[in-house]
Design a binder for this molecule. Structure first.
Ligand code: SAH
Ligand code: DHB
Ligand code: MG
Length: 224
């Protein structure tokens, strides 16, 4: 198969998975539509990935969720719908337009009361979260060169049993290239070194294919 055919197959299977197991959803579909109309990049998690995050939140019985990198709030909506009763989600976003599109999408999904979008570079807003933790689930999906610093902050905002998920840790396989000078690859590799040297956590990474191409999630558990 050519690369194009391979990508088409991944997209077709993602579409099948959505049809078979997920279905259409008015608020999520509208969030994608309005994000695109506002000119946001279409780099939100796929629907199967979003539902995976949602199920993870439910499996954890999460009452506090932190997200770093909101974009239009698509992953935010999936995650917030997985909150236990009375739970809250805080999501951090640096770009004002992204934050305002996200707030509207989140409100339309009926989640304005449980989700708070905090505007500003995450390295400025993270230190203000000290009194709001610990979080049960942390999803990291902002600038990839920041992943090592985000891991340090996430760990400080965790308790034993907290799960920390990082998006985009494979990037078409480029992560395996030790000589890469790509800031994104270097960020993920530095993250993995930090994780490996941290006795308080256990971790893996899972490669994924689909509408977003070939990438992956890292899953970090804070040891109990
Ligand atoms: N989680 C979203 C996609 C996030 S895309 C979803 O799946 O629906 C990455 C987002 O991180 C972008 O909106 C970008 O503006 C934001 N971002 C980039 N650098 C950031 C920083 N330093 N602090 C906070 N957000 C940042
Ligand atoms: C891209 C995808 C992402 O999930 C992300 O967080 C940033 C960029 C991309 O495909 O370019
Ligand atoms: Mg991502």
């Amino acid at each position: 198969m050519t690369n194009d055919q391979t990508k088409q197959l991944w997209t077709r299977v993602d579409r099948y998975i959505v049809d078979a197991l997920i279905g259409a959803d008015e608020a999520l579909d509208a969030a994608v539509r309005d994000s695109e109309a506002a000119g946001l990049p279409a780099i939100q998690v796929s629907a199967p990935q979003g539902k995976f995050l949602h199920l993870l939140a439910r499996m954890l019985g999460a009452r506090r969720i932190l997200e770093i990198g909101t974009l239009g709030g698509y992953s935010t909506i999936w995650l917030a719908r997985g909150l236990a009763n009375g739970g809250r989600l805080i999501t951090l976003e640096a770009v004002p337009l992204h934050a305002s599109v996200a707030r509207a999408n989140i409100a339309r999904a009926g989640l304005a009361g449980v989700v708070e979008v905090r505007l500003g570079p995450a390295l400025e807003t993270l230190p203000q979260l000290a009194g709001e933790g610990p979080f049960d689930l942390i999803f990291v999906d902002a600038n990839k060169d920041g992943y090592p610093e985000y891991f340090r902050h996430a760990l400080a905002l965790s308790r034993p049993g907290t799960a920390i998920v990082f998006d985009n840790v494979v990037r078409g396989g480029r992560v395996a290239d030790a000589a890469s000078d790509d800031a994104l690859v270097r960020g993920v590799r530095a993250l993995n070194e930090l994780i490996a040297a941290e006795p308080r956590v256990s971790a893996t990474a899972i490669q994924t294919v689909g509408t977003k191409g070939y990438d992956g999630f890292a899953l970090v558990l804070v040891n109990t």
